[in-house]
Design a protein around this ligand. Structure first.
Ligand SMILES: [Zn+2]
Length: 219
């Protein structure tokens, strides 16, 4: 998701995150060190944009939690940083696998950094689904923004890059990010959730703007 307006041993820096007493992963510790370690091992790749088929179909489940996956995660953090994003799905760098990474503040401005493989968004009871209609943007729809109502609280279950089961909870902008990135891996962009008119307007903004990061041209 777009922003609103050293040699390291892989084993050490990709350690399993701690879990709080409700079972949610604690992704707010050592954010700077963890994000730096990932992206310094990675190579930044250009971002796919709306119209590229890889963005418009469900990605494959991750089944191998190996070095290749670890390298993909590193590349995703590097790409996310280059594009100044707060979340990035694997198909946004052209890889057909259900993985997303994030580096995103919540409603209290607390930074969250993490990786989710095979994410599933939990259905929440109506009393936990207060809608927030803030602006949303996407690295794959460069330079466009639109207001989109989404629940301001989200819970995603999945696995970390080692294959351990995790549950991630988010509020505010981070809740929006978790929903946006999970959508990506099922083949949906946020503009697919807009009215016809707002979608058209977002595509017009994109056509008129110039991305500040490398993108993969569509055929
Ligand atoms: Zn996006």
């Amino acid at each position: 998701m777009a922003q609103q307006d050293t040699e390291q041993e892989r084993a050490g820096s990709s350690a399993v995150l701690p879990v709080d007493d409700e079972g949610f992963v604690i992704d707010t510790v050592d954010c700077e060190a963890r994000e730096t370690a990932y992206r310094e091992r990675g190579t930044s790749r250009p971002i796919t944009v709306v119209g590229n088929p890889v963005l418009h179909k469900e990605c494959k489940d991750v089944t191998e939690f190996d070095d290749k996956l670890a390298q993909l995660v590193d590349d995703m953090f590097a790409s996310q940083r280059t594009a100044e994003g707060v979340g990035l799905a694997a198909n946004q760098i052209g890889v057909d696998l259900k993985v997303f990474v994030y580096d995103c503040p919540d409603d209290e401005g607390v930074r969250h950094v993490g990786v989710v493989c095979n994410p599933v968004l939990q259905e929440l009871p109506a009393d936990q689904r207060r809608l927030d209609d803030s602006n949303e943007g996407c690295l794959s729809v460069p330079t466009a923004y639109a207001s989109l109502a989404r629940p301001d609280y989200a819970v995603v279950t999945g696995q970390d890059e080692k294959g351990n089961p995790i549950t991630v909870r988010g509020t505010g902008y981070f809740a929006r990010c978790l929903q946006h990135e999970t959508d990506h891996l099922y083949g949906y962009l946020y503009i697919d959730r807009l009215s016809k008119r707002d979608r058209k307007d977002a595509l017009r903004q994109m056509a008129e703007g110039t991305p500040r990061y490398p993108v993969v041209p569509n055929d």
